[in-house]
Design a protein around this ligand. Structure first.
Ligand SMILES: CC(C)(COP(=O)(O)OP(=O)(O)OC[C@H]1O[C@@H](n2cnc3c(N)ncnc32)[C@H](O)[C@@H]1OP(=O)(O)O)[C@@H](O)C(=O)NCCC(=O)NCCS
Length: 331
């Protein structure tokens, strides 16, 4: 991408590796709950394969003032829906705001995405991985500045995604649930991490019981060699797979989120759902998680609420149809 210099002496250039330290500082300042060290930040760029051209950086004479990440690249840790162009984040350092830098970055990001033929751009990236550079699933409804900013650039909210959380630091399995799990076990129902040798069994279970998005997502993870058995909790009935939860990925800050959870149809309505959600919590805490986050869970508040989850941020998914795409649609 050609760099842009405007009259305020701001240059927008493709990211270079010498920018990582300042970019990670701006990231951590803007998203204090998702702080990332420079090395972790750089590692994630490399692991996700984000190209320098996908990351316009704003330079001022005093250093890096902001950056954006714009990609249409699918990582394995997303659902199976089609992926539009994603403006995964746009960040401007607090002392550089309201000077037009955010707008310059978004325009540079849009040009880059449209150059690849993208017809629609969404703000945020739909991964279940928490605490990464791609983890903003949208815009928190409380970030009024960001909402005003995006509206000024022609983006409109299209969906709202609720979330529920359970802090794990002081969490303990309630004694009555310990007894319930013992009694489940006597009935032949057990909860334990996936045995890597049983990957084929979990895939046939999902194909049979949850043939849509969850089966597809596990298939994508498996194909990308990114299905970590230790992140999947398996329910067995008399030794045979009869339910699953996960994969649960623990972010560097301890935040944890998973793909899904479900029981075989024949096991539903027997109180095993509560055994499953408590087993998940125990499983994640023992694996080092410090917080569990669920998206789109409030409509099941009667289930998750009983296990201690409370409503948290609501995320707005903003979108914009690209001008070129609009012209084509109109004729
Ligand atoms: C959102 C953010 C990127 C905006 O960057 P910025 O450089 O300040 O934005 P601009 O100066 O280009 O603003 C352009 C227009 O957006 C609107 N806008 C920007 N910030 C706003 C605010 N806090 N409140 C209301 N409107 C705002 C205004 O219309 C503004 O034009 P004006 O200054 O002439 O009134 C910046 O505030 C930021 O980094 N916030 C933290 C990270 C974040 O929330 N990112 C969004 C989610 S990825």
């Amino acid at each position: 991408m050609d760099w842009i210099r405007n009259k305020m002496n701001i240059e927008i250039k493709d990211m270079s590796s010498s920018d990582f330290r300042e970019m990670s500082e701006l990231w951590s300042e803007s998203f204090p709950e998702m702080q990332l060290s420079a090395s972790e930040f750089q590692k994630q760029f490399e692991e996700f394969g984000i190209l320098p051209s996908e990351c316009p950086v704003a330079h001022t004479p005093s250093g890096v003032a902001g950056f954006a990440i714009a990609t249409d690249r699918r990582i394995p840790f997303i659902g199976s829906d089609p992926l539009p162009g994603c403006l995964a984040c746009v960040v401007v350092g607090s002392k550089h705001r309201r000077k037009g830098i955010g707008s310059l970055l978004v325009k540079a990001a849009e040009r880059q995405l449209m150059g690849k033929g993208v017809k629609k751009i969404r703000i945020g990236y739909p991964t279940y991985l928490r605490g990464t550079i791609l983890s903003l699933i949208g815009v928190d409804i409380k970030w009024l500045g960001a909402v005003g900013f995006l509206q000024s650039l022609g983006y409109a909210p299209r969906r709202a995604l609720d979330s529920m959380i359970l802090p794990l630091e002081n969490w303990q399995m309630p004694p009555e649930m310990v007894r319930k799990l013992e009694s489940d076990s006597k009935d032949g129902i057990t909860f334990a991490a996936l045995n890597p040798a049983e990957e084929n069994n979990i895939m046939s279970f999902l194909k049979h019981e949850f043939p849509g998005a969850w089966h597809d997502q596990f298939t994508d993870l498996l194909n990308a060699n990114a299905l970590n058995a230790k992140e999947v909790l398996i329910v067995k009935d008399q030794g045979k797979i009869a339910g699953f939860a996960g994969p649960f990925h623990i972010a560097p800050n301890g935040d944890t989120c998973g793909v899904g959870l479900g029981l075989a149809a024949r096991l539903r309505g027997r109180g095993l759902g509560m055994s499953l959600v408590y087993s998940i919590t125990d499983f994640v805490k023992k694996s080092g998680g410090r917080k569990l986050t669920l998206f789109g869970a409030v409509d099941k508040i009667n289930y998750y609420g009983k296990a201690g989850f409370v409503p948290a941020s609501t995320w707005l998914v903003f979108e914009k149809i690209c001008p070129e795409a609009k012209q084509k649609t109109n004729g």
